[in-house]
Structure formats: structure tokens, C-alpha cells
Write a protein that binds this ligand. Structure first.
Ligand SMILES: [Zn+2]
Length: 428
């Protein structure tokens, strides 16, 4: 499609420009499908509706000629595009679910074509404004095509931008033949946002030698370091009595839970006061009644030993609840979800070098980054499949102000196409 010259200049490369409309069309289509996950559901996937998108992707991959496209028993979409004889198999992974924290029902994406740089007011909620004065990454993208929601839901670019980029790149690779390529193995997982994306992931069936998640953010970034992560549930058992006859009998679990939350450090060790490599503990949900109250925490650190210290701190605070009120009981349940991928990635420097080269070939300056989060790749790296995280061009994730640049998404799709070439060369 022909574009005015001034706009075309915003594309990182001709290949990115060629892929842009397909990436955008796919993002808009996938974003409208509600795939919101849920916390603390033992079934997998945590919500059936995630599979609506998974099944659609199986059909679309099959239509592109990837005949082994299938939904596996553990709810992953797997498909392959064979490459040159003897070339390595490169995995491309994204997740279909969106965060339980913000609704994804009735997503109505808006494309702000050739954005002129004014604050973007989201029409569904007057309070939601994307102000470039407060969003430096947005301010740098005057002239780009910016995609947002209408302000009442997520956009879901996390991670449907990643899915759209993989699909557009695979469609391109399937219809063109310009030199040797690596074999591509595609995986679309469920429940990444609740820390279970790579659970039961069958590495043998997937058959990749290396892999990349498309689940990052800013243009050109390759994330090679994640948090190590754990969650903790503290269940406080009190003793409920009719308040009219409660003197010396009532042990109010609601009050004890509140005390526990108030005893968590403020001014440090919290998401709202830390950045970079600093870890935190974060009470994110509280529920219950006078008889029993539950406080759910997450703990994060890039350093495994420090993560254990944070968990010990929370255990100590839970014990103090019991010490102050011996008639109460505070049960602590800890679950580790993923580990910092860095040591596993460092064992395979080529997985980083190839990605940096592919980003360069897409016309973008590459940058190594750390994430204050986790990815499916963190779990897969720990299981033996080195899986750093590539940028998608989506921003302000897990917010109704989520946005994505079409030009940046197109650069990510072009990076994937180049990855297939770079990995085929690296065996020569
Ligand atoms: Zn994500």
C-alpha cells in the first residue's frame, strides 16, 4: 500500500513497511477477542475463553501452510515452518491471555493514524488521556500510527502485538523464499500473566534449539534478565462471634489482616518505591471476613538470595500477627513461579548475538535490557531452552492507557523474519 513519504520515513526498513498493515490488521482482530485470564484457578487454562483465540490461530497457521498446527493437550498452540536442511530450529513464543487486573471485554481498538503529537483522549472515558508530556516514549513517536483502546478496557497488545508480529512474519516467510532460513517453531501459550504460561510446556514436542518470546516493549530492546518471582498467601484464622456478645471472644481476622498489610515496609521494598534491579514485596489482594482473611503477596528480585530474604521478611511479619494475638493463626503458603533467566542465557551467548544482529537488519539500534517482570522465557530458559525476550512495540501494559506504535510493531515483525535468516547463516 502506498503511503505519503513523510510517513514512510517512520518505518525502520522497507521490510517493516511491507509487514505493517498485516501486523496491524492482526492486532486489531486478535485484540477484539476477550482472552482475559484469572488468578488462582487450578484448571488450565484459567479461563476457557483464552482458547477461542488459540483455536483461531491454529486455523490461521494451517491456512498459511503450517500443516502440523495444533492445540496441544496442555493448551499450547504449536506449529512449524521447515527451514533449510540442517538449519537450527528457532522458537517464537507469545501468550494469548491478558492480565486479570484490567477488563478485556469489548475491546474497541482505535488507530490514531499519523499521530500529530497532541494528547490522545480516549473517547470511552474522559479521564483517560495519553499525554506525551508524561509519556516520553509516546512523545518520540510523532508521525507514527498509534493504536489504543477506547479507554474502558485494555488494548491487549500484551501480548497480542507479539502474536500479530509472529503471525505476520510467519505468513511472510511462508509466501517468500529469499535465501536459507532456520526452521521456525511457533508456540502460543495460555496463562502467562498468572505465571503459568510455560507450565507443562513440552520442550521435546516443541523441538526448538533456541527461542524468543515476543513479549517485550520498547523498540529495539532484547531482555535477557528477568525477576525471580514468588507468590505468598497468608491465611489468617480468627474467631467470629456475634458482635453483640463478642467481648473477650471475637478475634477479628479482618483487623489482623489489615495490621499485617500495614506492617509491610513503606518507602522501600515496594513496587511504587523501587526501580532497576531493586526487588520488592507487594500485597496485591485482600479478601475475607472476621473469621478468616487472606492477604496475597508477590515478591520479586533479580537476585535469588535476596528474593528468599524478602519471603523471610513476610514470614516474620505473619508470625508477628500470631505473636500479638495468640488465639489467631496465620498460615503461610509460598509458590515460586520463575527465576531470573540471565545465568541460563549467558551459557548461550549466540542466542543474544543473533537477536541483536536481526534487530540491526530490521533497521533498528538494538539494546540489551532487564525486565522488572517475568516471561514464559524465564521458565523455559531454566528448563534448558534459552529464551530471551524481544520487543513488541506495545507500551503501558496492564493499563487502559495501553498503546502500540504500528511502526514499532512492524519493526518487530521484520526482526523475526531476519532472525530466520541469521540463524540459518550461523550454521554455515
Ligand atoms: Zn506479556
Amino acid at each position: 500500500m502506498a503511503r505519503p513519504e513523510a510517513i514512510a520515513a517512520a518505518f525502520a526498513s522497507p521490510l517493516a513497511e511491507e509487514l505493517a498493515e498485516d501486523v496491524l490488521e492482526r492486532l486489531l482482530r486478535y485484540a477484539r477477542i476477550d482472552t482475559q485470564g484469572a488468578y488462582r484457578v487450578s484448571e488450565r487454562p484459567s479461563t476457557d475463553k483464552q482458547l477461542g483465540l488459540s483455536r483461531l490461530l491454529v486455523d490461521e497457521l494451517a491456512a498459511l501452510g503450517l500443516d502440523d498446527a495444533r492445540l496441544t493437550d496442555d493448551s499450547n498452540v504449536f506449529a512449524s515452518l521447515p527451514g533449510a536442511e540442517g538449519a537450527p530450529a528457532v522458537g517464537l513464543i507469545a501468550h494469548v491471555d491478558t492480565t486479570p487486573d484490567v477488563t478485556a471485554h469489548g475491546v474497541a481498538p482505535i488507530v490514531h493514524r499519523t499521530w500529530a503529537g497532541d494528547p490522545i483522549e480516549l473517547p470511552g472515558d474522559a479521564r483517560q488521556v495519553l499525554d506525551p508530556a508524561a509519556l516520553p516514549a509516546l512523545a518520540e513517536r510523532v508521525g507514527h500510527d498509534i493504536v489504543t483502546s477506547d479507554g474502558t478496557t485494555l488494548l491487549g497488545a500484551d501480548d497480542k502485538a507479539g502474536i500479530a508480529e509472529i503471525m505476520a512474519a510467519v505468513a511472510y516467510l511462508a509466501r517468500t523464499q529469499d535465501g536459507p532460513r532456520a526452521t521456525i517453531r511457533v508456540a502460543f501459550t495460555v496463562d502467562e500473566e498468572v505465571g503459568r504460561g510455560a507450565e507443562d510446556f513440552d520442550l521435546d514436542a516443541f523441538g526448538a534449539d533456541v527461542a524468543y518470546t515476543l513479549d517485550g516493549s520498547d523498540l529495539g530492546e532484547l531482555e535477557v534478565e528477568t525477576f525471580s518471582a514468588a507468590s505468598m498467601r497468608v491465611t489468617i484464622h480468627g474467631s467470629s462471634v456475634h458482635p453483640g456478645a463478642a467481648k473477650d471472644k471475637l478475634v477479628n481476622a479482618v483487623k489482623l489482616a489489615s495490621e499485617l498489610v500495614l506492617s509491610v515496609p513503606r518507602g522501600r521494598l515496594s513496587p511504587e518505591t523501587t526501580e532497576g534491579r531493586e526487588g520488592y514485596v507487594h500485597p496485591h489482594r485482600i479478601s475475607g471476613n472476621a473469621e478468616e482473611a487472606i492477604v496475597d503477596f508477590i515478591a520479586r528480585d533479580h537476585d535469588d538470595a535476596l528474593l528468599e530474604q524478602h519471603l523471610d521478611l513476610l514470614r516474620g511479619l505473619a508470625e508477628e500477627v500470631e505473636a500479638r494475638e495468640p488465639r489467631a493463626k496465620a498460615d503461610v503458603e509460598v509458590r515460586h513461579s520463575y527465576r531470573n533467566m540471565r545465568p541460563f542465557i549467558e551459557e548461550n551467548p549466540r542466542v543474544v548475538d543473533a537477536a541483536l544482529e536481526a534487530i540491526r537488519r530490521a533497521g533498528v539500534e538494538p539494546r540489551l535490557a532487564i525486565t522488572r517482570g517475568g516471561t514464559d522465557g524465564a521458565v523455559l530458559s531454566a528448563k534448558g531452552l534459552p529464551t530471551p525476550n524481544l520487543f513488541t512495540g506495545g507500551q503501558e501494559y496492564h493499563s487502559v492507557r495501553e498503546w502500540a506504535s504500528v511502526q514499532d510493531m512492524a519493526a518487530a515483525a521484520a526482526t523475526i523474519v531476519h532472525l530466520a535468516g541469521v540463524w540459518a547463516e550461523s550454521t554455515e
